[in-house]
Design a protein around this ligand. Structure first.
Ligand code: G3P
Length: 221
């Protein structure tokens, strides 16, 4: 399973790129709003991200009719060759997904909360579907079940649409998404850090360093 960063923050992306674990980035209006104090436009930020990461960068449409979504998707897709357009899974969205996918624009369908939504937009031509794990867990549904069932169904019918586990809230969600067969998990930077952290690793490093110092003293260096 590949790891994407779910952020619009350049410092977080630079760090994950240095670690060699940032295969792509997903953004949305909420994540961009956190960065908007810098005065940068959404387009400028998405292009800056695309220049930092080798892979796909999702940028979200905000239009509310199919015609407007198509126009917006075309504009967003022209920002950078690695940009993938995010469109929500509603009636205007599925029509727009179908129309722009036919033109070769890759779409990441966002706000997926059911297998049927995923199945429909995959048939319409979506390159990616993003089931929202954490938001389903929030309302006492199992978000990981949705990831697993979506992967199984798309696989059974040999559909090329890839599954991005989104709305990831902690390291257990990442493990569960991988076990469920997600192609990609898009994770906040905080979760990426938590995935690496382990108290026994920290304790082990401290013990090895202390023993190293003791050995150096013993041999007189
Ligand atoms: O990729 C979508 C994700 O950013 C949503 O996460 O935590 O707002 O449900 P969250």
């Amino acid at each position: 399973m590949r790891i994407f960063l779910d952020t619009a923050n350049l410092e977080e992306i630079r760090t994950a790129v240095r670690w060699g674990v940032c295969a792509g980035v997903t953004t949305n209006p909420t994540l961009y709003a956190k960065e908007s104090a810098s005065g940068v436009s959404y387009r400028e930020r998405v292009v800056a991200i695309a220049e930092l990461v080798g892979g796909h960068v999702s940028a979200e449409c905000v239009s509310r009719t199919a015609d407007d979504l198509v126009e917006e998707a075309r504009a967003i897709a022209s920002w950078h060759p690695n940009v993938v357009v995010k469109i929500p899974a509603d009636e205007a969205g599925i029509e727009a997904i179908h129309r722009v996918s036919a033109e070769g624009i890759r779409v990441n369908t966002t706000l997926i909360f059911s297998v049927n939504q995923a199945l429909l937009v995959a048939n319409a031509g979506a390159a990616f579907v993003s089931p929202f794990v954490g938001r389903l867990d929030d309302i006492d549904h199992d978000g990981t079940d949705l990831v697993r069932e979506t992967v199984e169904l798309l696989d059974r019918y040999h559909m090329p649409t890839q599954v991005i586990a989104a709305s990831i809230r902690g390291p257990r969600h990442v493990t569960a998404a991988a076990a469920a067969g997600a192609h990609i998990a898009t994770v906040p930077f905080k979760v990426l850090r938590q995935m690496l952290q382990h108290p026994l690793t920290d304790r082990g490093i401290a013990a090895f360093l202390a023993d190293w110092e003791r050995a150096q003293t013993a041999v007189g260096r």
